[in-house]
Design a protein around this ligand. Structure first.
Ligand code: CP
Length: 318
């Protein structure tokens, strides 16, 4: 299926063929994302302006949406919470409607409010792309994670199939929109997902988080799952959302991917982290920087390709 959309809001509810369509579109953008080749002219976003409304901090997502828009020939207008009239009490909806009234062609939004992007999509005429909404979803991160894994599986096993693969997502699942989007995508495509972390942050009800050909297993023993893994994704403890959740003081000892644990991973296992990384907490320096395992920087490159694919589909067709 071709990658088409008006808005791009969540991976939950996308079929396997829709997800594979997005992965194909993102893979097709890889040579342009890396700068290896220039996108053929006429550039699809020539004359278009994309407004990035980021009411939470971001490095990777904001800059990669900006790079992606520019590589497709468009222009970008960036707005953050500080320095905008949000600090005077203006609502997100009023902010977005005012920016839409300036004639922009799409809105990319990051907000601490779960459901913010869906709410804006209901009220705006222009396409809305979710760049992370509270604890809900981070769908372009989900596609870039799947693309990174698909490329790793293709190189390691000779095919990019997700069926039969086992992936652990470790850490602050309760507060993680990254984990939600990745889990929806992986289970839809047939993978087994182990959600692992402290009992306060990974509860048994997460076994029903996603539906599809694959399945979700919940557990609290990282060492027990290491030998079975084709990939492991570490998550940052989100102190901005985890207040009062009782995060263990010895987090690294229990759930960190230490050098000792990395030695027990199968050779085939890729290590992912969406960033920002708390070095020495959820992952040791030596593991994060080890090119034999780490796919952390390839994830970032896949992020530009993914955002190019999403912008190309949503903005060009609007
Ligand atoms: N992965 C991710 O969303 O990173 P940023 O918060 O830096 O955008």
């Amino acid at each position: 299926m071709a990658a088409t959309a008006r808005d791009f809001l969540a991976l939950e509810g996308l079929s396997a063929s829709q997800l594979l369509g997005w992965l194909n579109a993102a893979e097709g953008m890889m040579p342009f994302a890396t700068g290896e080749r220039h996108h053929p002219t006429p550039l699809p976003l020539a004359g278009k302006v994309v407004a990035n409304i980021f009411f939470e901090d971001s490095t990777r997502t904001r800059v990669s949406f900006e790079v992606a828009t520019k590589r497709l020939g468009g222009e970008v207008s960036n707005l953050g919470a500080s320095g905008s009239s949000a600090s005077k009490g203006e609502t997100l909806l009023d902010t977005a409607k005012n920016i839409e009234a300036m004639g922009v062609d799409a809105v990319v939004v990051r907000s601490a409010i779960s459901g913010a992007a869906i709410m804006l999509a209901r009220h705006l005429e222009v396409p809305v792309i979710n760049a992370g909404d509270g604890r809900h979803e981070h769908p372009t991160q989900g596609i870039l994670d799947l693309l990174t894994l698909q490329r790793h599986f293709a190189k390691t096993f000779g095919n990019g199939e997700f069926r039969g693969r086992t992936v652990a997502i470790v850490g602050d699942i309760a507060n993680s929109r990254v984990a939600r989007s990745a889990t929806h995508g992986l289970v839809t495509l047939g993978a087994t997902v182990h959600l692992v972390g402290p009992p306060t942050l990974v509860t048994s009800d997460f076994t029903t988080l996603a539906e599809g050909e694959g399945r979700v297993e919940v557990g609290h023993d990282l060492d027990g799952v290491l030998p079975s893994l084709d990939a492991i994704m570490l998550l940052r403890i989100q102190m901005e959302r985890a207040a009062g959740s009782g995060v263990a003081p010895d987090y690294r000892g229990l759930y960190g991917l230490t050098e000792a644990r990395a030695r027990r991973l199968p050779e085939r296992c890729a290590v992912l982290h969406p960033g920002p990384v708390n070095r020495g907490v959820e992952i040791d320096d030596a593991v994060a920087d080890d090119p034999r395992f780490s796919r952390i920087l390839p994830q970032v490159t896949a992020g530009v390709a993914t955002r190019m694919a999403v912008l190309n589909a949503c903005v060009r067709e609007s």
